[in-house]
Design a protein around this ligand. Sequence first.
Ligand SMILES: Nc1ncnc2c1ncn2[C@@H]1O[C@H](COP(=O)(O)OP(=O)(O)OP(=O)(O)O)[C@@H](O)[C@H]1O
Length: 379
Amino acid sequence: MSARIELDAVRKAYPARRSRGGARAETVAVESLSLVVEPGEMLALVGPSGCGKSTTLRMVNRLVEPSSGRVLLDGVDTATLDPVRLRRGIGYVIQDVGLLPHRTVAANVATVPRLLGWDRRRTSERVGAVLELVGLPVGAYGRRFPHELSGGERQRVGVARALATDPPVLLLDEPFGAVDPELRRRLQAELAGILAEIGSTVVLVTHDIDEAVRLGDRVAVLSRGGRLEQVAEPLAVLAHPATARVRDFVGDGASLRMLPLARVERADVTSLGPAGPGIGAADDRAEGVAGLPSVVLGAPLSEAFAALADGVGAGRPPGPGAPSTRAGAGAGPGRVAVTDAAGAVVGTLDADGVLAALRRAADAVSRPASGANEGRADR
Ligand SMILES: Nc1ncnc2c1ncn2[C@@H]1O[C@H](COP(=O)(O)OP(=O)(O)OP(=O)(O)O)[C@@H](O)[C@H]1O
């Protein structure tokens, strides 16, 4: 179940505070933002601190009321709906989770089903299912209290609680902000799997461009005042920043961030030459690549990069602190073997091949047509 979210010229100005000199200055958190999130899509809202991301998100569930403009859910203006009922149909996960400290994990997850009047049996079945989904089996965790959990576990309970009623819309505000980087990566991967399963429309707020490109189907980059600088698929934001602000925000590591998003393709592979009678059997052809690490056609380029960069083998995406894109510059083997899905060697890939593959992936995604908000056209 999923819903279409449309922000139609929403604006939020927080009321003026009287300053010492008596002058009043309202804070315009979001000036005029129009954006569509399609059913089942995961949109990552990213931008520097104070640019209006949380305000935008909270206008969707009416924790913040727009000063003007409209928010539509499946075409219905949310201003016409009862805000409390609206919120019960929208999953919401925030950084410090907000679990009720004196209630067990199971009772926390059951909060919204209970409010919606679900009977005991349906509620407990659902609580069991969502806790299982986030890797916290109800038998082991259901009776614990929040203070008996690690930060990562609490975060998962927050996600389970948000998913309890299978909401058509899920809003995530810096859901991994409070956990360490390694756990953050793990929770991101878990969340991606869960989201693929549930099919809700998701808006994720993050200040972390890595998280945005890793999780978003599309990425919306905001600047101060909720100004939409660009909305496009992750690779397009990295490869073709629409504005100087997006370029600044993406920073120097764009190529490195593109690696997991682009694939090893046959066109970039240096072939081992034809096989056939008198030319050499497949086994002979494979001999020249014996001992090389290998990747499969279609694998993320980051796997080839990791293998080239350190020669330890494929499968590790470049992490923070990974070497720059001077693939193969270290003690690596200079080449990786590329196999087809059946495991037969089709050729090798070297650093030039990786760069060529990156360039092609970048060329294949749409360039911004007219600056901001080109993403509407690219869907
Ligand atoms: N309740 C409020 N009253 C007055 N000003 C507010 C309020 N909430 C937010 N603001 C201001 O609105 C602007 C946008 O804030 P918002 O929290 O939406 O930004 P953000 O991009 O989510 O920031 P961060 O990444 O730091 O959480 C900021 O200037 C902030 O100070």
